[in-house]
Design a protein around this ligand. Structure first.
Ligand code: ZN
Length: 413
C-alpha cells in the first residue's frame, strides 16, 4: 500500500462530518464528541500490526515494533476548541496514520515507530493547555491547582477526567512513554499568514517562541472630566496608550518575527465623566531568542517608566506567566528542510508563535521538529480555518519523507 495523501484529506472530511456542526469542530477534550473522535481514530488503525495503549494522562499510543526499541514518534491532537477548524491538531494525527500504514506495508522498520494522539492540547474546557504532553514530558507541576479547577458548568476537572478513565494523580506516570523516544515529529497548520504571504506550501519550524506576560498598571488621579483642565490631568490611560504604540518600535528593533501585544486594558473608574485613574494593561511579548526576549522586556519597562514620568503617573509591573523559547533539533531541522524541498521545491524556516505539544516533548529532551503547512488567510480556531487540499497532500508527503529519513538516522545511531 503506497502512501495515499488523498486518503488523509478524505478522512479529515469524514472526521469533520462526524464531530463538527454548522459552527465548526466540536471535539473539546473530555467530552462525548472527543471520545467519539478517539474511537473513530482507533477504528482507522484497525488491521495494522500495532500495539495500542492509552497512558495515564489519556494519550492514545500506537506502536509499530521495529529493529530497535528506540522510537520515532509522530504526534498530534484530536481535540479542538469549541467551534474550531477542521485541521488544527487532527491533520497531524491523520497524516501520521497514513505514514504508519505506508511504513507497516514496507515491512519491519529499522526503528520502532509510534503514533500519539495527545489528550487535551487546547485546554478549551478547563483552561489548561498541553495536558497530555506536559504529563508525558514531565513538566506538569500544577496538579494541586488543577484539582480545584472547574469548567463553566462547575464540573471539577478531576471528575471530568475520571469519566474518561484518567486519574489526575497518576497523570505524570505517562512519563514512561518518552523513555525510548529518539525523535518526535509533528506536522501542524501554521495558524498564521507567513507561508501564504511567501506563496509557499510548507515550512520548517525552528522552535516555539519564549513568552513574557505581564500586567502593567499605570496610576494617575481620577478627576472631573468637565472641570479639570487638560494640562492639570494625571491620565493613566495616556501612559497605557503611549506604551501600546511604542510596542511596535520595540518589536521592530528586536526583529526576527518578534511580537508584542497589549491584549487588554481595564480603566477605572471607567466612566465618561472622569479622567482615568488606573489603567491595567495586559502585555504579551514573544521571541525565539531568549536574549532578545529579555531585551524587549527591559525596553518595554524602560518605556513605561518614561511615559509615566511624562504623564506624572506611577507604573507597576507584575509578571503573570513566562516560558523560555524552546528550540528544535538542528539535525532534524535539516532533515525537515530536505523533505520539504523534495516534495515542494522550496522550503522556509520560521518560528512558531503558538505553543504546541512538540514544545513539551522538546523540553523533555527528545530531539524534535515540526512542519508547518500554509493556512489560508492565517485563520485558525474558527470554522473558517482552511488549507488548500493540494497543500494538505504535500504535507502528508513531506511528513512521510521526514519519517523515513528520521528512522534511518535513528537506526544508524
Ligand atoms: Zn493544534
Amino acid at each position: 500500500m503506497p502512501l495515499d495523501p488523498a486518503r488523509t484529506v478524505a478522512e479529515l472530511k469524514e472526521l469533520r462530518e462526524l464531530t463538527g456542526d454548522e459552527n465548526g469542530a466540536q471535539r473539546v477534550a473530555w467530552t462525548d464528541t472527543w471520545e467519539r473522535a478517539r474511537e473513530w481514530l482507533l477504528g482507522k488503525l484497525d488491521g495494522l500490526p500495532l500495539e495500542y495503549q492509552v497512558d495515564e494522562a489519556g494519550n492514545q499510543w500506537w506502536t509499530l515494533a521495529g529493529g530497535t526499541d528506540r522510537a520515532v514518534l509522530i504526534g498530534g491532537h484530536m481535540d479542538s476548541v469549541p467551534n474550531g477548524g477542521w485541521l488544527d491538531g487532527c491533520l497531524n494525527v491523520l497524516a501520521g496514520v497514513e505514514v504508519l500504514r505506508r511504513v507497516a506495508e514496507d515491512g519491519e522498520p529499522a526503528t520502532t515507530v509510534r503514533l500519539v494522539n495527545w489528550a487535551d492540547e487546547e485546554g478549551a474546557r478547563f483552561g489548561r493547555s498541553l495536558f497530555g504532553s506536559s504529563a508525558a514530558g514531565g513538566s506538569m507541576d500544577d496538579q494541586d491547582e488543577l484539582r480545584s479547577r472547574r469548567d463553566a458548568d462547575g464540573v471539577p476537572l478531576p471528575e471530568a477526567l475520571a469519566a474518561h478513565g484518567v486519574e489526575l494523580d497518576r497523570a505524570l506516570e505517562a512519563r514512561s512513554q518518552l523513555e525510548t523516544a529518539a525523535a518526535y515529529l509533528e506536522l501542524h497548520i501554521e495558524q498564521g499568514p507567513v507561508l501564504e504571504s511567501l506563496d509557499l506550501p510548507l515550512g520548517v519550524v525552528l522552535g516555539t517562541f519564549g513568552v513574557e506576560r505581564h500586567q502593567v498598571s499605570f496610576r494617575g488621579q481620577a478627576a472631573h472630566a468637565g472641570s479639570t483642565p487638560m494640562d492639570k490631568r494625571r491620565d493613566a490611560l495616556a501612559g497605557a496608550a503611549k506604551l501600546e504604540l511604542e510596542l511596535r518600535a520595540i518589536a521592530a528593533r528586536a526583529g526576527e518575527g518578534a511580537v508584542c501585544t497589549m491584549g487588554g486594558v481595564v480603566t477605572r473608574p471607567g466612566i465618561v465623566t472622569s479622567v482615568v485613574e488606573t489603567a491595567e494593561c495586559l502585555l504579551d511579548q514573544r521571541h525565539l531568542d531568549a536574549h532578545q526576549l529579555a531585551e524587549m522586556l527591559s525596553n518595554a519597562e524602560a518605556a513605561s517608566r518614561r511615559f509615566a514620568e511624562e504623564e506624572r503617573l506611577e507604573v507597576e509591573w507584575e509578571r503573570i506567566w513566562n516560558i523560555q523559547p524552546i528550540l528544535f533539533d538542528d539535525a532534524l531541522i535539516e532533515l525537515a528542510d530536505e523533505s520539504i524541498t523534495e516534495v515542494a521545491g522550496t522550503s522556509h524556516r520560521l518560528p512558531s508563535g503558538p505553543l504546541h505539544d512538540a514544545a513539551e516533548v522538546a523540553r523533555a529532551g527528545v530531539p524534535t521538529v515540526m512542519l508547518f503547512v500554509q493556512s489560508l488567510r492565517g485563520l485558525s480556531h474558527t470554522k473558517l480555518e482552511d488549507t488548500k487540499e493540494e497543500h494538505l497532500e504535500l504535507a502528508v508527503q513531506a511528513l512521510d519523507r521526514l519519517a523515513d529519513k528520521t528512522i534511518s538516522r535513528v537506526a544508524a545511531g
